[in-house]
Design a protein around this ligand. Structure first.
Ligand code: DX5
Ligand code: ZN
Length: 214
């Protein structure tokens, strides 16, 4: 299985100084940064787009772009151009999942497929991907509580995708939920409020990393 990594989500960062905040966590060891893109349709809020990806490109990290948008196939080229390294789309967001993941890979990025809490694991069947993302809350907002039944889903997803792909968990991941997620087969741990919502993001990062075995 891939080595465990933490992906701090900038959704909970201070947008007035997001690059400095991310740099502190990168200096503390983070090699992935998670960027949540929301369109006001697939999920109610609006968040950020390609310019934010460009603004973080100067950091030496994997930029993990999570597209919570309808028709992601229309936006892939812009995110690739902005410097994304991994792009994850939602299984529920387009009838063209296979096509879109192939387009992401053809553009030289890693391709991920995300499942909402209510989306069956079978949505991953027959799809070649680098990362399966299990939403452990409903998408759209940071700071929600981890849905406990997600752990069983993570186990089933790990069985389905085999040992080689990353399995990302997103939502409510903190020092208490990261360990059980790792045991269930997760390798990439998104944490937003549990890092940037605290007084000491570097210490919080270290605690979650230790819990995840990263
Ligand atoms: C939610 C986003 C998450 C969010 C997680 O829709 O996909 O990446 O930032 O936030 P926390 O870690 O606070 O649950
Ligand atoms: Zn996310």
């Amino acid at each position: 299985m891939p080595a465990p990594r933490i992906a701090p989500s900038i959704l909970s960062a201070d947008f007035g100084r997001v690059r400095e905040q991310v740099r502190e966590i990168v200096d503390a060891g983070a090699s992935v940064v998670h960027i949540d893109v929301m369109d006001g349709h697939f999920v109610p809020p609006l968040s950020m787009g390609p310019p934010v990806v460009s603004a973080l490109r100067e950091l030496d990290v994997l930029l993990d772009v999570h597209l919570m948008i309808d028709h992601p196939e229309r936006q892939i080229a812009d995110f690739v151009k902005a410097g994304a390294n991994q792009i994850t789309i939602h299984a529920e967001a387009t009838p063209h999942v296979h096509y879109t993941l192939a387009a992401i890979r053809d553009a030289g990025c890693l391709a991920g497929l995300a499942l909402n809490p209510g989306t069956p694991v079978g949505a991953l069947e027959g799809i070649e991907l680098d990362c399966a993302l299990v939403m452990t809350v409903n998408p759209g907002w940071g700071g929600q509580k981890f849905i406990p039944t997600s752990l069983e889903k993570v186990r089933r997803v790990r069985e389905l995708i085999g040992p080689d792909a990353d399995l990302e968990v997103d939502g409510g991941v903190d020092a208490s939920t990261a360990g059980p997620c790792a045991e269930a087969g997760a390798t990439l741990f998104v944490a937003g409020s549990a890092i940037f919502g605290t007084d000491d993001p570097v210490a919080a990062y270290a605690e979650i990393a230790a819990a995840a075995g990263a």
